[in-house]
Design a protein around this ligand. Structure first.
Ligand code: CA
Length: 228
């Protein structure tokens, strides 16, 4: 059971979703626009947001950007609902930190399956805390700052470790260079995007064959393959 916010200006879709989520045992909160949603989220942080792209006023992608730049909402999963099925939009949504997106018109059952998958990913992440994380052939041990593959530990600097940890905590999610900078050097505004590329290149090199698991998403940033 999760607290799920539905941000959608079309009443039919909003009500259908709220009802379906309720039947699944979730606590659903409905919002008609981004500003109303943001007010609500500040009172009660949702576990997951179903976020329509085209909203009056603040757009869905604007709201997503606000959420991803606010530490209070760092643990909020976001699934975008979009009528725009182009590749560019998908990349933009994932590039801004959406966990998944669903193209309208969608079947409610399909959407619920996506919601379930995203929630599972987040709860697995939470449950693991400081324990060893494993994705494909990679492992990472936050407590000791060590990471490696089945072939052995990588020789990583603290920055490279943090970079890999960030990617491994959210497999599949695309991180923009800006988001990487925020996480690795929150207090240093002088570090440039180029530094991210340099650290990723070094990390990949140290990972050997496993380095292929870190994918470049052109024009956006980096992500770890979901099933690395
Ligand atoms: Ca809409």
């Amino acid at each position: 059971m999760a607290r799920i916010a539905v941000v959608e200006d079309e009443a039919d879709i909003r009500e259908t979703l709220a009802l379906a989520l309720g039947r699944e045992g979730h606590q659903a909160e409905s919002y008609r626009d981004g500003a109303e949603a943001l007010l609500g989220f500040r009172q009660k942080v949702p576990d997951l947001v179903l976020l329509d792209w085209m909203l009056p006023g603040l757009s869905g992608i604007d709201l997503l950007r606000i959420l991803r730049n606010d530490a209070r909402f760092a643990r909020v999963a976001v699934v975008m609902l979009t009528a725009r099925a182009t590749e560019v939009d998908a990349v933009a949504a994932l590039g801004q930190g959406a966990d998944d997106y669903v193209v309208k018109p969608f079947r409610t059952r399909e959407l619920l399956a996506r919601v379930k998958a995203v929630l599972r990913r987040y709860s697995a992440d939470q449950g693991q805390g400081d324990s060893v994380r494993r994705i494909g052939g990679l492992w990472l041990e936050p407590a000791t700052y060590r990471a490696g593959s089945e072939k052995g530990a990588f020789d990583l600097t603290p920055t490279e470790f943090k970079l890999l940890e960030m990617l491994m905590r959210h497999p599949g999610r695309v991180f923009t260079r800006g988001q990487v900078l925020q996480t690795l050097w929150p207090d240093d505004k002088a570090v440039e995007d180029r530094a991210v590329d340099v650290h990723v290149a070094r990390l990949r090199e140290k990972m050997g064959d496993s380095g292929k698991a870190i994918e470049t998403v052109r024009g956006v940033g980096y992500r770890l393959k979901d099933s690395a």
